[in-house]
Design a protein around this ligand. Sequence first.
Ligand code: DGY
Length: 322
Amino acid sequence: MDEPVIVVTRHWPAPVEQELTRRFRDVQLNRDDVPLGPEGLRAALEQADVVLPTVSDRLGAELFAGQVRTTFLGNFGVGYDHIDVKAAAKAGIVVTNTPGVLTDTTADTAMTLLLMVARRAGEGEREVRAGRWTGWRPTHLMGADVSGKTLGILGMGRIGVAVARRGHFGFGMPVVFYDPLTVEPNHGIPDARRVDTVEDVLALADFVSLHMPGGGANTHLIDAAALARMKPTAFLINSARGDVVDQPALIAALRSGTIAGAGLDVYEGEPNIPSELLELDNAVLLPHLGSATLATRTAMGMLVLDNLRDFLAGREPSCRVA
Ligand code: DGY
């Protein structure tokens, strides 16, 4: 491929867009940052050799049907459940993602949610900004302690381990985890306890943090029954994917006191968030900020470009997922 036609589906950090246009002549950027939608994505697959999508682009099997021109999909992000990779591979497309470079940033976001929801920081901020704060008092916005409480991790991949390390070394939290894919006994975290089932983590933890991929068998892994297994004083933290949690069941659990609270960065059907969730004071809600620092988003973009360079040179891209 001499001069590939490249479509970038969303606006990327300036250093990456500059590098992309320095390396390639035929690049279609999306400086207005308007999502392409299914028709725009299909047009991109028909007209471009390379499409660089991200989590806000739904690339289901129907988009890969029939004739497509694209041979490389470089996803900006580590999670790729928004892409039907089997259908992409069947259409002859190589798919890559961006693991590793966003681990610490995303783990920091999970800890932000955990601390905010435990210490009622969102409620406090809303109170101050609304001019409703009347001053210090002994019973004002009393939250839950974090230090020494049990941290449960579901999905002990890179980000799960990074959250566990933060909890253990930073806050003295005993760690329990479940991950059917890892054989590591404790991931270098003293006393971290591997348990045999999701249910064990739910029952033991004061904070349950989700770090598995979305889609497939993980869809609605945390449903009404799972929430009922958690302690009524426990908190659920989701910085993974929205569909892992049955959102109506979570809303019901937060309303009824089945669990104490939730810190969420991701949602089913985002960016739409049901008003029932918006109304709940025991939920901290962030707009999918997991990897959102300039350095990390730049590193993610540069990793997409490294994979593209290797693909175009006929080498195996290091982050190939299909
Ligand atoms: C990721 O990398 O998966 C982030 O959630 C953004 O897609």
